[in-house]
Design a protein. Structure first.
Length: 276
């Protein structure tokens, strides 16, 4: 494994931990399905992975916005960069013709092949900065909160643009923790824990996308955790997720209501779209 692949594998695992800040345990097994001794830990693993994908303050909103931006059609080929354990790739798969989930981590891809196999889904190992696909291969490209973990985010955007067909659409979400929307202590903790290489403001991200050859639509950008109440809920919950898990419905409602009725500042997560 080359150095870039090794770095991306570490970032992928850290990114997965950011997506799922609490865990029931991996319960991984290499045994073939059969007796209860094998079936039981696999069942626990599946329940744990599903819970970790669903019990987040933002992932369902990210998915809904990304799906709307992508306007997926039955014959579309979609590339999901940073697909992790395949949960969200499998959900996108119900709305398009074919989807390829790309991730540098073989352990996460093993989980994807175990739990999220679909007839129109294929999982490929690779890094975003050097996509293993020809030019103009995909109708749509997406990435769920991954760009901030790339070793070279600008090169990653260039590669996304390269594999898009002319007229194809890109929709991605990114973490955007900035001095104006988060405490310094939270940014430092988040960056260290989840191996973030860079946080992006909307202005900077749009400029980078333009430099990659994409036609941006900044008027459609969506900001999440843009109110004080929503940001406070997120910062409290993710730092103490296991302890706060019984209160998840409360934090979730506070975040949603805060964004709906609170301020309109720069969000801690932004979702953007562009065409080739």
């Amino acid at each position: 494994m080359d150095r870039l692949s090794q770095d991306e594998t570490v970032r992928s695992r850290q990114r997965e931990r950011r997506r799922h800040p609490w865990t029931l345990g991996n319960h991984r097994t290499n045994a073939r399905p059969g007796p209860v001794s094998t079936w039981y830990p696999m069942t626990l693993s599946r329940i744990g992975r599903l819970a970790r994908s669903l019990l987040t303050l933002n992932r369902d909103r990210e998915y809904a916005v990304l799906k709307r931006f992508l306007s997926l059609k039955a014959n579309d080929w979609l590339l999901d960069i940073g697909s992790g354990d395949g949960f969200w790739s499998a959900r996108f798969a119900t709305h398009c013709g074919q989807i390829i989930g790309l991730d540098p981590d073989d352990q996460l891809q093993e989980l994807a092949l175990r739990f999220h196999v679909r007839p129109n889904v294929r999982y490929v190992r690779g890094v975003a900065e050097s996509l293993p696909f020809p030019d103009r291969s995909f109708d749509k490209v997406t990435s769920v909160s991954c760009l901030e973990h790339f070793a070279d985010p600008m090169q990653g955007l260039r590669e996304m643009a390269r594999v898009l067909k002319p007229g194809g659409r890109l929709a991605i979400s990114v973490d955007s923790l900035l001095p104006e929307n988060s405490r310094a202590s939270f940014r430092e903790w988040h960056k260290s824990r989840y191996f973030v290489t860079e946080y992006f403001s909307e202005t900077k991200l749009i400029e980078m996308m333009k430099n990659a050859g994409l036609h941006c639509e900044p008027e459609r950008t969506v900001h999440l955790f843009r109110s004080g109440a929503a940001r406070a809920s997120r910062q409290t919950f993710v730092r103490q997720a296991r302890l706060m898990l019984p209160l998840f419905p409360v934090f979730y409602c506070l975040a949603r209501l805060g964004d709906r009725f609170g301020g309109n500042e720069h969000g801690q997560i932004i979702i953007v779209t562009a065409t080739r």
